[in-house]
Ligand binder design. Structure first.
Ligand code: ADP
Ligand code: MG
Length: 714
C-alpha cells in the first residue's frame, strides 16, 4: 500500500457524523445566538445607554465616550453568561488575514482570588504590538505602538469553541502616528466620502428626508474542498494553497456535471455545519451549491452594509477553514488551486442605499425615480471608466494572476455589462435624450426625456467583470481569498469622485431641471460609453476592440500595481480623505512585497518537491525499468524517462538561478518584475517536466496525490 492508496481506503470507509441537533435548535432559534445584537443590547443595557449606542451604530450620532463603561459592563455580563473567559480585539491588518490577541477577564484581587473585569477602555481601545504587522514603511520595527479602536458599526460576537468562549470585538487598527494600518479604516472613510456626495445629488432631486447614504455588499464566495488525507501528502497545497504540479486528469469539468449537481453527503454535512455556525454568528448565509469545477462549491449570504458584510466575509472564510478538518476535508481558498479547471472568485454584489430604505440602483417604477436612477447609474459608469486602472489594481495579487483573463474568469479589462434594455436607454441618452424603452408593449414615457424602466429586464453576462444585475452591480473579478475591504474601498472612492463631479454640475442647475439633467447625463454617456461592453469578454476580438477603445488592460499584478502610484490615484485617495499619500504608498509597497514573497515561497516549494519527491521517484522508476527484461518498448521508455530526469535537474537549477538573480534586484518592485519575467517562466518550465513525468512514471511510485484523486475522491 502506498500513502495514496491508504488515504483512498480511508475515504471509502469515511462515514458522515451527525453534528447538529437540527430539530432541537432550528435555524430561527439559533440565529444571532453568538452576537451582541439588538435583542442582547436591549436586555443588557439600560434604555438611555441602549438608545445612544443605537444612534451611533446607525450613523446618526458620533461616538460618545460617556457611555462606554456602561456598554462594557453590559457586554461583559452577556459574554460571561455564555461562558466567555477571554476577550479580544479583532482586526484585519494588511496581511489580509484577521488578527486577534486574547486577554482573560481575570483580575487578581490581592487575597488569592480574582474577579472578572472589563472596562470601557478595554472595550474601545486596545494596544497590540504593531511591530510585526506589515506597515509598508510607515513604521520601523522598533516603533511598535499601534492602537485598535472599537468599530461600533460591526457587531460584537463570541467565538465558541469546544473548550471555551472568547468575546470578540471588531476593531479598526491605527499606528501611534494615526495612520491606517488595516483594511477597515479606509473602507469606512470611503463609505463616508461616497455617502456625502450621494446625499448632495439626492438633495438636488428634492430629497430632504434621507440622512445617510451607504453601500451594501453581498459577496458570493467560491471555494474548493479536498480530502485532507490526500491533501496532506502535498506540500504545495499545505504551504501555498495550490497545486504547483499535477498533470491533467483524464476527466476534468468538460461534462459540466458538477455545476448545481447533487451535493455529496460529506460536503453537505460540512455546509450544514457551516450554515448553522454562521447563523449563530448572525451571518445571513443564504445560498449553497456545487460550482463548475469538480470539488468546487459556493456560498452566498444575504447582503449587508459593506463594513459588516466585509467583516462577515472574513469570518465566513475562517469558519470554513476551521470546520473543514472536522469533516476530514481541506479547505482551499486560493484563486487557482488546480490548473486546467476553473479557479475561484468572489462576486461582490454592490449597491448604494439610503437610511430610509431606498436602493439608489433600483430602476423603480415612477419616472421621477428613473431620472434619479439614471443619474446614479451614469455616475457609476463614469467612475468605472475613469478609474478602471485603480479598480483593476485593487484586485491584483499573485493568486489572481492565474485566473483573471484566463478564459474562465473575467478579463483584466474593466468593462461594464448593462443588459440590452439599459444599453438602449443609455444610447438614447447619449444621443441627446431617451424617449422610451425598447420593448414595444411596456413603453411608458417618462418626465421630459426619461423612460420608465421595468425591473429585471437584463440578461446576464458571466464574462463581464462588472455587471448590472437588476438593482445592483456585481463586481465579478474579485479573488476568492481576498479580503473585500480594499476593492470596495477603491470602488466607493471612485464613485464618490464621480458623484462629486455630478453634484458640482447640478449645483449650477435649478433643482429638478430635468432637461438640464438630461444634458449632463448625455455628456457623461458620450465621454464614457467606451467602458460599456455587452459581448463575450473572453474573446480575442474583445481584447483587440478594448485596445482600440483605449481601455487599460493590465494583465498581471506587476502591470496593475503602478496605477496606484499615479498623480491621479494620489489626488483621488487623499482628496476624499480615504488614504493619505503616505498611507497609499505603504499599501502599494506591501502589495509588491507580498507578491515577491508569495512567488518566492512557491518557487522554493516547487524546487523542494521536484528535488526530494519527484527526482527520487524518477530514479526508482529508472531502477525498475533497468531491472526489467530488455525490449524495444521498455528501452524507449527508459530513454525517455532518463532524458526527462536530466531536464528535471536542469529545470530545478534554472529555477533556483532565476530566483537568485531576482533577489539581487535593486527595489522590491524590480524584484517583482524579475519574478514575473524570469522566475515564473522557469517554474512553469519545471512544472512542464514534472507533469510529463507524472504521465510516464509508474503510478505506485508517484509520491503526490494526483488530480483525479484530489478532485474526485472525497
Ligand atoms: P442574482 O440571482 O442576481 O445573483 P441573488 O438574489 O442571488 O442575485 O443575489 C446574489 C447576491 O447579491 C446575494 O448575496 C444577495 O444578497 C446580493 N444582493 C441582492 N440585492 C442586493 C443589493 N441591492 N445590494 C447588494 N447586494 C445585493
Ligand atoms: Mg455566482
Amino acid at each position: 500500500m502506498t500513502a495514496r492508496t491508504t488515504a483512498i481506503s480511508g475515504i471509502a470507509a469515511h462515514r458522515v457524523a451527525k453534528t447538529q441537533d437540527y430539530l432541537e435548535s432550528a435555524g430561527a432559534d439559533i440565529y444571532g445566538q453568538y452576537v451582541f445584537d439588538d435583542v442582547a443590547q436591549r436586555k443588557y443595557l439600560a434604555k438611555p445607554i441602549y438608545q445612544k449606542l443605537r444612534q451611533t451604530i446607525d450613523g446618526h450620532e458620533p461616538f460618545d465616550l460617556a457611555i462606554v463603561d456602561a456598554v462594557a459592563h453590559g457586554v461583559k455580563e452577556w459574554a460571561l453568561g455564555q461562558g466567555a473567559t477571554h476577550y479580544t480585539h479583532w482586526f484585519v491588518p494588511m496581511t489580509g488575514s484577521t488578527a486577534e490577541k486574547h486577554d482573560s477577564f481575570l483580575t487578581p484581587t490581592g487575597d488569592g482570588k480574582t474577579i472578572a473585569e472589563f472596562s470601557g477602555r478595554n472595550l474601545v481601545q486596545g494596544e497590540p504590538d504593531a511591530s510585526s504587522f506589515p506597515s509598508g514603511g510607515i513604521r520601523a520595527t522598533f516603533e511598535a505602538r499601534g492602537y485598535t479602536a472599537w468599530d461600533v458599526t460591526s457587531p460584537i460576537f463570541l467565538q465558541v469553541e469546544p473548550n471555551g468562549v472568547t468575546l470578540t470585538i471588531p476593531t479598526a487598527y491605527v499606528s501611534f502616528t494615526g495612520e491606517a494600518l488595516d483594511h477597515k479604516i479606509p473602507l469606512l472613510r470611503s463609505q463616508e466620502a461616497l455617502g456625502k456626495q450621494a446625499l448632495r445629488v439626492l438633495r438636488w432631486f428634492g430629497n430632504r428626508a434621507t440622512k445617510r447614504v451607504f453601500t451594501n455588499i453581498g459577496p458570493e464566495q467560491e471555494y474548493f474542498l479536498v480530502d485532507r488525507r490526500l491533501a496532506e501528502q502535498r506540500p504545495d497545497l499545505l504551504l501555498t494553497g495550490r497545486t504547483l504540479f499535477g498533470a491533467a486528469p483524464p476527466k476534468g469539468q468538460e461534462l459540466e456535471d458538477q455545476y448545481f449537481g447533487p451535493i455529496r453527503e460529506r460536503i453537505l454535512a460540512f455546509m450544514m455545519d457551516l450554515d448553522r455556525e454562521l447563523w449563530r454568528l448572525g451571518i445571513p448565509a443564504k445560498t449553497r451549491h456545487n460550482e463548475v469545477a469538480p470539488g468546487q462549491f459556493e456560498m452566498a449570504p444575504v447582503y449587508e452594509p459593506t463594513s459588516v458584510g466585509s467583516d462577515h466575509n472574513m469570518i465566513v472564510m475562517s469558519l470554513m477553514r476551521r470546520l473543514a478538518p472536522q469533516h476530514g476535508l481541506m479547505f482551499l481558498i486560493h484563486e487557482k488551486p488546480f490548473a486546467g479547471i476553473n479557479g475561484s472568485g468572489k462576486h461582490n454584489n454592490w449597491s448604494m442605499a439610503t437610511d430610509d430604505g431606498e436602493n439608489l440602483l433600483d430602476p423603480g417604477n415612477d419616472p421621477h425615480a428613473n431620472a434619479q436612477f439614471l443619474a446614479f447609474l451614469m455616475a457609476v459608469i463614469r467612475a468605472v471608466n475613469e478609474h478602471a486602472d485603480l479598480i483593476r489594481a485593487s484586485i491584483a495579487d499573485a493568486g489572481q494572476d492565474h485566473r483573471l483573463g484566463a478564459n474562465e474568469a473575467p478579463p483584466a479589462i474593466m468593462s461594464i455589462f448593462l443588459g440590452s434594455q439599459l444599453v438602449d436607454v443609455v444610447e438614447q441618452l447619449g444621443n441627446g435624450g431617451a424617449t422610451g424603452s425598447k420593448q414595444g408593449g411596456s413603453v411608458e414615457l417618462g418626465v421630459t426625456s426619461l423612460p420608465v424602466l421595468s425591473k429585471d429586464a437584463t440578461d446576464r453576462n458571466r464574462t463581464s467583470p462588472f455587471a448590472f444585475t437588476g438593482n445592483k452591480f456585481e463586481f465579478r473579478a474579485v479573488g476568492s481569498s481576498a479580503p473585500i475591504y480594499w476593492p470596495q474601498t477603491v470602488l466607493n472612492t471612485a464613485v464618490a469622485d464621480s458623484l462629486k463631479k455630478l453634484a458640482d454640475e447640478l449645483d449650477g442647475l435649478k433643482p429638478e431641471d430635468m432637461a438640464g439633467l438630461t444634458t449632463i447625463l448625455s455628456g457623461i454617456v458620450k465621454a464614457n460609453k467606451q467602458v460599456l461592453f455587452e459581448g463575450n469578454g473572453y474573446s480575442e476580438e474583445w481584447h483587440a476592440e478594448a485596445a482600440r477603445r483605449g481601455l487599460p488592460n493590465n494583465r498581471s499584478t506587476v502591470d496593475a500595481l503602478p496605477s496606484l502610484t499615479t498623480d491621479k490615484a494620489k489626488a483621488l485617495f487623499s482628496g476624499f480623505g480615504v488614504l493619505s499619500e503616505r498611507e497609499l504608498a505603504a499599501r502599494v509597497e506591501i502589495s509588491w512585497e507580498r507578491y515577491v514573497k508569495v512567488q518566492d515561497i512557491e518557487a522554493n516549494c516547487a524546487a523542494d518537491i521536484a528535488s526530494t519527491m519527484i527526482l527520487p521517484a524518477t530514479a526508482r522508476y529508472l531502477g525498475e525499468l533497468g531491472g526489467a527484461p530488455s525490449s524495444r518498448g521498455i528501452n524507449a521508455v527508459c530513454e525517455r524517462v532518463s532524458a526527462l530526469a536530466d531536464t528535471l535537474v536542469d529545470a530545478i537549477g534554472a529555477l533556483q538561478g532565476a530566483q537568485h538573480e531576482a533577489h539581487a534586484a535593486g527595489s522590491v518592485e524590480d524584484e517583482a518584475r524579475a519574478f514575473a519575467t524570469s522566475v515564473i517562466p522557469a517554474q512553469d518550465a519545471l512544472r512542464g517536466v514534472v507533469d510529463e513525468l507524472e504521465t510516464v512514471v509508474a503510478d505506485d511510485l508517484w509520491p503526490l496525490p494526483k488530480y483525479r484523486e484530489l478532485l474526485f475522491q472525497y
